[in-house]
Design a protein. Structure first.
Length: 188
């Protein structure tokens, strides 16, 4: 016994048809995604174009190349915008070049970031060669002090409480007092 012919509602036919028209995806891919035959979808498209005055012709080679170029440019502009909207970005006027290099380095090591270093340097208006040169430099005295401060334990005699005076004394290479004039601070 032959299989009965499947019938599709007009609303169902409109969905894949509009997807092919609006996204320029290949008919075969869209048909496969919706579970219909490629020729069936092609007939629906021909009928739609005849009814609505659309042309039955596919894009020419030059039009396809232009479309591909515009899609690539659109993708690049979206990546630019996404990168420049990041909240931690310190690209404002007058920001130190080293801070921009440090930001690029943190983004380069971030697995979720797919932007190449060249693009990030371009967006932040710093040189790519300067970025790589900065990576090979020895650690600055300021960066070494910051790293040392992060590692230090500034807790006073009370567990879990840090004293501002303890931190100031450490920075001045003095021994911390039991209590300072600043008093305890909840810097946890």
């Amino acid at each position: 016994m032959p299989a009965s012919r499947r019938r599709f509602s007009q609303e169902f036919k409109d969905e894949p048809r509009q997807e092919v028209i609006s996204t320029s995806r290949p008919i075969r891919d869209v048909a496969e995604a919706y579970g219909v035959g490629a020729e069936t979808l092609r007939r629906w498209l021909i009928k739609y174009r005849e009814e609505h005055g659309g042309s039955n012709e596919e894009l020419t080679l030059s039009e396809r190349a232009r479309l591909k170029e515009l899609e690539r440019e659109n993708q690049e502009l979206r990546a630019d915008t996404a990168f420049l909207r990041k909240p931690a970005l310190d690209y404002r006027q007058g920001a130190a070049v080293v801070s921009k290099y440090e930001y690029n380095d943190s983004q380069r090591n971030d697995a979720s970031n797919t932007n190449p270093v060249v693009k990030m340097c371009l967006w932040l208006a710093v040189s790519t060669s300067g970025f790589y040169n900065c990576l090979s430099r020895p650690q600055s005295a300021t960066a070494a002090r910051r790293a040392d401060l992060v590692k230090r334990d500034f807790t006073a005699q009370c567990p879990g409480v840090k004293f501002v005076g303890d931190m100031l004394c450490r920075r001045r290479n003095k021994t911390p007092a039991t209590h300072s004039r600043f008093g305890p601070s909840a810097l946890k």
